[in-house]
Ligand binder design. Structure first.
Ligand SMILES: *Cc1c(COP(=O)(O)O)cnc(C)c1O
Length: 383
């Protein structure tokens, strides 16, 4: 820890000083004047739903994702739901997906009446294991829905190859991975559709709910705009079953301000992750690693240890925020009991759920805060 190459001028955080798991106030402070002005301008325009700010945000976010189109939604969950509607997936169809993610990934599949078919995750990356996917494909498989979990791109190359062989589309759940790179290219437009969330705690967060779909297909984009707006392209004429999934004008205005910071925030998250990796290297924790050829945006920094519950209690007692993402894999959730999965079906996901612990990570986390988190963790192993 005293390696001069790693030394930082920051003072040591006083013992007992808490480190919050997430600190949205720290992010808001330097943005406040600009956000206030953007909100005031949006209020003056009275474009409360969709409107020019949302349209401008769609263009700017599409560019960041290297996508031809971005269609904004009122949440990531809505965007995922519409993605599966766009692919005409419905009852009797199967969608291959991961059991180790936030529940909304699977909601989309259930909302259209299809069946999630889970495949276990890779032990290194926390993402869908391409080596296990082949066995899960049946004549009823209509799509694959992998997640870029914690900001780390999934194995898109191998997964896209499998999809191509099977003749099915791949939808990226990129809700945690704004700006992540796979083979040097941003995620979101590498499969048929990409779904993003702008929930406040995500790497790019609205001040409320928000989401988006990205794609390189004009017809899919046009239909996505219709589906989010009551299935209509002309007011009071409705072509198909639609939804009220529109983004609010204020969220578009706020997201435009925040999008300008995304690259700097990602660089700061990557720096925090590197610092944790250096400082925690000599502990018994299993540390998250970046997969070869991809750049994670480090939405979360998730370590693993068999004595996770005791470590979590130790951190909390010292005022260090930490969290479980996710304590129970989806195949064991009560809401999906009808799918018939059992404990033992996906051993890697199950063990990860028992051992995972997410540490504080956000662009504003200081060196002193990182060092305090590390010192408390080292204290746990010196007991
Ligand atoms: C947050 C999240 C969603 C859902 O997004 P909301 O905007 O909260 O509806 C979907 N999938 C993953 C992996 C997420 O993390």
């Amino acid at each position: 820890m005293n390696d001069p190459a790693n030394s930082s001028p920051s003072p040591v955080l006083p013992a007992g000083e808490p480190v919050p798991y997430l600190d949205l106030a720290a992010q808001m402070r330097p943005l406040r004047a600009e956000v206030d002005a953007a909100i005031a301008a949006a209020l003056d325009r009275c474009s409360f739903v969709l409107g020019p700010d949302v349209a401008a945000f769609e263009r700017e976010f599409a560019a960041v994702c290297g996508a031809q189109h971005c269609v904004a939604f009122n949440s990531g969950t809505s965007a995922l739901h519409v993605a599966l509607r766009l692919l005409d997936i419905g009852p009797g169809d199967e969608v291959i997906t991961t059991p180790y993610t936030f529940v909304a990934t699977s909601w989309a599949i259930r909302y259209v009446g299809a069946r999630p078919v889970y495949v276990d995750i890779d032990d290194q990356t926390f993402n869908l294991d391409p080596l296990k996917v082949g066995r899960a494909i049946t004549p009823r498989t209509k799509a694959m829905l992998p997640v870029h979990l914690y900001g780390q791109p999934c194995a898109l190359g191998p997964l896209l190859e499998i999809c191509q062989h099977a003749g099915i589309p791949l939808v990226e759940d990129a809700a945690q991975a704004h700006g992540a790179l796979y083979g040097g290219r941003p995620v979101g437009a590498l499969g048929r559709l990409g779904a993003f969330s702008f929930y406040p705690g995500k790497n790019l967060g609205a001040y409320g709910e928000g989401g988006a779909l990205t794609m390189n297909d004009d017809a899919l984009a046009a239909r996505a705009r219709s589906l989010r707006d009551h299935g209509s392209t002309r007011r009071y004429y409705h072509d198909e079953l639609g939804y009220n999934y529109r983004m609010e004008g204020l969220q578009g205005a706020i997201l435009r301000v925040k999008l300008q910071r995304l690259a700097a925030w990602t660089a700061a998250r990557r720096r925090v992750a590197r610092r944790y990796q250096e400082l925690l290297a000599d502990t018994p924790l299993r540390l998250p690693q970046e997969a070869e050829g991809s750049q994670s945006v480090w939405h979360l920094f998730v370590v693993r240890h068999p004595d996770r519950d005791a470590l979590k209690a130790h951190l909390e007692a010292a005022g260090i925020g930490c969290a479980l993402h996710y304590p129970l894999p989806l195949h064991l959730q009560k809401c999906f009991a009808d799918l018939g999965y059992r404990e033992g079906d996906f051993p890697v996901a199950e063990q990860t759920a028992r051992e995972c612990l997410a540490l504080p990570i956000y662009p504003e986390l200081t060196d002193a805060q990182i060092e305090r988190v590390v010192a408390v963790i080292k204290g746990f192993f010196q007991r």
